[in-house]
Design a binder for this molecule. Structure first.
Ligand code: GTP
Length: 215
């Protein structure tokens, strides 16, 4: 059971060029009748009523079309300079948010489980006296799931700026500037969250396979 939190906003990052996906933009690609970004926003709507989409200006109109019927207010934060990488996109998106924490999700993760953000928010809040700046899942393979994670809005925006100023484009480098907490796979399992939440659709083959599963 999920509840909308007033201290949580959603941020969907969609400003990449989807090169592995071919000619089309995966952000608006149709997955079993619904654009991928729409699937992400619909799932975020279970935990927040405020969502920002970060993208390039040239994607905006197609994304607006794809998200027209979403049941919450959506704002756009477009990149001042294209192609600066996801850290720049996250910074741009976070700077448009006014809530304490942000549920950041890549546009190509249509199976995101909104309950994950309740678990991450609780984990962040129970840390120290002020709470953690970020809560991320670390899977058994060691990877941090930084593109489906919870960040304290102003701290992560600042960390992204510092990371880019240091000529680094890695989200992990921004995370390492923060006081962060992690959640492991057994904890996810106990919370009833399947690792499928992190599946990203990067290619046409992955899109087809996901569509078959949804039939
Ligand atoms: N704003 C912004 N977002 C980006 C940028 N590059 C990647 N992203 C986003 O970061 C997330 C993860 O990136 P990828 O899965 O590699 O997406 P991508 O770069 O579009 O895809 P590929 O070109 O196939 O690697 C996606 O949601 C992208 O939209 C960028 O330069 N600017």
């Amino acid at each position: 059971m999920t509840t909308r939190s007033t201290s949580l906003a959603g941020l969907v990052i969609a400003g990449g060029y989807s090169t592995r996906f071919g000619e089309a933009d995966k952000a608006v690609a149709d997955l079993a009748g619904t654009p991928m970004s729409r699937r992400v926003v619909d799932r975020l709507a279970a935990v927040t009523d405020s969502v920002v989409i970060n993208c390039r200006e040239d994607q905006r109109s197609a994304l607006q079309d794809a998200l027209r019927e979403c049941d919450l207010e959506i704002r756009f934060a477009t990149d001042p300079i294209d192609d600066q990488g996801p850290v720049a996109g996250i910074q741009t998106g976070l700077e448009a948010l006014d809530r304490e924490y942000a549920a950041v999700v890549a546009c190509d993760m249509p199976f995101v489980d909104p309950a994950l953000f309740e678990v991450l928010l609780e984990r962040a809040r129970e840390h120290g006296s002020d709470g953690a700046d970020a809560a991320v899942v670390q899977l058994e393979d060691g990877w941090y799931q930084t593109t489906q994670a919870l960040y304290r809005t102003d701290s992560m925006a600042q960390a992204c700026g510092e990371t880019l100023a240091a000529d680094d484009r890695r989200i992990l480098a921004a995370l390492e500037r923060l006081e962060y907490v992690t959640i492991d796979e057994p904890t996810l399992e106990r919370a009833g969250i399947d690792v499928q939440t992190f599946e990203s659709i990067d290619t046409q083959d992955a899109l087809e396979a996901a569509a078959v599963r949804l039939e």
